[in-house]
Design a protein around this ligand. Sequence first.
Ligand code: FAD
Ligand code: THG
Length: 829
Amino acid sequence: MQQSEDLLAAPKVVIIGAGIVGSSLADEITARGWTDVTVLDRGPLFATGGSTSHAPGLVFQTNPSKTMSEFAKYTVEKFSALRHPNGWAFNPTGGLEVASTPERWADLHRKAGWAQSWGIDGELLTAGQCAELHPLLDADRILGGFRTPTDGLVKAVRAVEAQAQAAIARGAIFRPHTEVLGIVDDGSKVTGVQTTDGVVAADVVVCCAGFWGAQLAKQVGLVVPLVPMAHQYATTGRIEPLVGRNTEASEAGLPILRHQDQDLYFREHVDRIGIGYYGHDPMPVDMSTLAADTAGEQMPSMLPFTDEDFIPAWRESMKLLPVLTDSKIEQGFNGIFSFTPDGFSIMGEHRELSGFWVAEAVWVTHSAGVAKATAEWIIDGTPTTEVHECDLYRFEDVASTDEFILTTSSQAFVEVYDIVHPHQYREALRGLRTSPFYARQQELGAFFFEGGGWERPAWYEANAALAQRLGSEGLAYPERDEWSAKFWSPISIAEAHWTRQRVAMYDMTPLTRYEVAGRGAVALLQRLTTNNVDKSVGSVTYTMMLDETGGVRSDLTVARLAADRFQVGANGPMDFDWITRHLPDDGSVTVRDVTGATCCVGVWGPAARGLVQPLCQDDLSHEGFKYFRALATHLGSIPVTMMRVSYVGELGWEIYADAAYGAALWDLLWSAGAEYDVIAAGRIAFNSLRIEKGYRSWGTDMTAEHLPSAAGLDFAVRMAKEEFVGKAALEQAPAPEKMLRSIVFHDPTAVVLGKEPVYLNDDGHEGECVGYVTSAAYSATIGRSIAYAWLPVATSPGDVVAVDYRGSRYGATVHEEPVVDPEMNRIRR
Ligand code: FAD
Ligand code: THG
């Protein structure tokens, strides 16, 4: 009897930390009916002493990430409705970001585009209009601004309390002065937390301990890659022109202000101005000394103000807001909060210790959104907002070292207000992962991009002469604007062209691959993927993994190399995580990441067969080695596995070998290729060719937000298959509202880079924003840029749209897919 009652009871949840994240989560979880929630904090309530206690609470919603923007939008919506006896929790002052350089002004146009793409109100203003909106501004110092009327200020401690009270009303308990010392578990799942006040039992523990969270997670073997950083915030004395403008209750009426060219932001505190500054060198905080130094302090997340670091901030603030000249800084502190290697939050459940969750490195801005998604994830199994950018398991192993985390998170601090190009790659800690072809790539003048710790050639300077020659024969190299010409070379156009004309070698080594093996391997892969992979040895299958709601978690190639052994070509660490979580308990399947131990060259182009066949004793003819088949064979003396697969959409193979053979394999192919004028080609050409062919890139073009049908990938779903994760959801799924489409630009010089808003064009009149671009590339084959865009299902090939690229409008037409080689003549021959 007792037992069945226990089974019916909602799980016991313990939340560590009563900051903005912990209390918002308590509210979200109890609102969903799990009311046995205990929130523990080592500090007092509700100003606990964490980062939330002193956050000035500016909320600028617009972010390059759709997910982060959605988190922010939800935070604004939720906090606007909160009621607190002392007054507002959200003050909709509006937001204003000003530009004092042409680069920033151009970038604000890009930002205005993101706002359109993600559905946030915003408009670009002239300098004069900015000064009208914010009369303290010196209009002569700025070129213009970007205004967002729904941005504003959060009174963070009130928002904490209001959400806590809502949770408490549903049964939650908030316990102050209770420090969590450790996590208690039974070896595979959490059973509670050890506190200064004894053990508190729990089925689910969510660590919302802010920048302290990494320490707690470390105790249970989890790396939460965040670095506590100090950040300066100061308040001026009374500013005469502000006297009488605001009341003590309203605090602020002018828009919150960002002057990112000088790493500054501003808000009003009644008749004073608060100034935040990111321009100083990163100040990572050593947790071992901080914990000792601040033991017993009311505000352990506040460090003394370092005046000298603020000197440039004050000088630049006076220039932008001349009224400050008559004032001075009266108060200041260096407040601590978390930075991560990529600037995103960290969310998810520990894989080896079930029931242990984290929600860390979250700004006030995103707090309610993160809390909602975390509650949905815990209770329903899948968040309704797509969260892969914040996933705890998104990082490669390379990101687990202290040095990597500190270096990259410090860079994230430096760049927090910088203009960051979408293709800007990390400069520190380069060269960590190189393919066996690296020396050859260097000899060929490769320009390397970094991804997942790998060095990846973007293009090869060695192809400059070819590009020149092709240019003189008529290949077009349209001029690019300065922004889109960064991290790019016209040589990539020649490389793409040459792949379609002759043959090229691509380094595919960084493509994540796993060996899935054992007597249970077929059953596991059948259950995890949408397509039928239970085919003959030597088959290769393009398929997807879905989540329980039918969203696309990844797209894969699954090669059956033996009855019980598969090679899975995947998209990154989250696929490993997903597969591992679904491994059967009986040990009948193992999954191993073989990426670094092996290497891969893609040899693609019309001359690929002529190049490779003489090296191989097996029959590589179209009939002898069919499309989407794999073969273990030899090239010369090198054991290889060849797959007739081509993400660039050409005749040819992915050729895999143990890494030890890599250098010899490259040289063998290279010398055999001499008579075919083989080139090495880079990622930019690769990307352009796959877009021509209509092939999607997971994480950019589609994510778990999208059903296969919306992403145009229904062809890889076998609904006839007995059972697979996501199938039940697909059976119920309503028709999607948006579809991923290919659009082709009219102007041959038009370039877009991704995330730009797309407008419908009715009879030459520009309509509303109806979608956004995901990825795009100039196509050497058609001499125009092609982009993918999420558009209403009602749009169809032939419809004309307009895309806003940093303030310039480009016309484009929705195109049938794929744009290049729909008959597959290039591949199936
Ligand atoms: P916290 O508020 O730090 O809460 C964590 C809680 O966990 C604390 O209460 C702590 O006492 C408790 N805790 C930790 N360890 C334990 C343990 N072992 N046992 C029990 N309890 C524990 N964000 C914005 O969006 N806009 C801004 O304008 C903004 N400005 C900022 C300005 C400054 C100066 C600073 C420092 C931060 C600013 N931030 C801003 C960032 C924002 O304040 C934080 O990201 C956010 O408050 C973090 O919330 P949290 O709930 O995760 O962490
Ligand atoms: N190679 C391998 N594995 C991979 C990729 C790869 N896994 C991850 C990612 N890339 C998967 N993406 C694709 C996308 C399209 C194709 C292959 C991998 C492709 N599609 C054919 C098409 O749509 O016409 C498949 C047709 C079919 O199902 O027969 O080739 O690059 N190893």
